[in-house]
Design a protein around this ligand. Sequence first.
Ligand code: NIG
Length: 386
Amino acid sequence: MTAEILTGIAELTTNDAELGRLHDAAIVVEDGLIAWVGPAADAPDADARTDLGGRALLPGWVDSHTHLVFSGDRSTEFEHRMAGHAYAAGGIRTTVAATRDAGDDDLREGLRARRRAARAQGTTWMEIKTGYGLDVAEEARLARLASEVSPDVTFLGAHVVPPGVDADDYVDLVAGEMLEAVKPWARWIDVFCETGAFSPEQSRVVLEAGRAAGLGLRVHGNQLGEGDGVRLAVELGAASVDHCNHLSAADVDALGGSDTVATLLPACDLSTREPFPPARALLDAGATLAIASNANPGTSYTTSMPFCVATAVLQMRLTVEEAVWAATAGGARALGRHTGPGAVGGIAPGFRADLLAIDAPSVAHFAYRPGMDLTHAVWEGGVRAV
Ligand code: NIG
């Protein structure tokens, strides 16, 4: 049992209500977990010591929404969109075709490369969705590959209806045989509840089947227009409803009075040119916010959580503290990983030692110097990863 102390922490973001944000702090890591947190002057002895030299330390990013297993490129679609055409979700089928054509090793290589890129910018925990397979064998294959790099795999068979298939027949397949095949690798089930994807009734069938199979619920909702996604997510007690670009006052109130996390995807909003979600109104209503990358080849081809945090501050008018919290503790809440031994998204005794040290004295620098690579070091479960 080796204890390591990290000292020289100019600013420590703990996300702990009692500890708050500490200055001139130290932490002790033991067996992959945080063992002690406090002022440097009170630090206990340890076997090993790392001096961070006046840098800021925060929890690693918890990216609670990614579509990381895919093949292919949609830059032409992106250019078309930037020339003024709206995003309509049809491009998902392009990625499905490319992904079905790719072998396991190719998919694995792309997946691991994206995971490495995310880690290099401080992401220490990632959820990964299926959704580019859309038949029984392919969805099971994507879930199996995703489970090689994350314990938070989400079954998103209900991403869009594949071409030539009747929508209700497809919903029956997703809620039946496909769910059975994917279940061994999945912790969550998700549905794209939107005009052009799945209706509220179809979404309910999928979510209720997932719940009966023991999976937690997530919803893509209110991305391209007002609709019933948020209402359904709150009614069914989903852990998270993601996108939230087009919310009515009733949606905001419903989220404010629920435990369903509203997950914001700022990089996607820029790439689709959808209006930003009403982040301040959600906070004022008492909603819990998460910020995630939504890494995927169609609407958000980035794994950069610092970029998402900077955008949330500069464009959605969150404070730096609110945005950093949403991208760490908020993501952990969206994944139900915020309590118990080995919890993520915070720096307090008992949390997994998932840490990001930056070449700056304060987390304000994420928004103050947007686009700069600030990573100094990353630890996952107490092990230096970057
Ligand atoms: O979260 N909205 C649905 N799914 C993805 C987009 C996937 C794609 O276009 O390939 C999203 O934005």
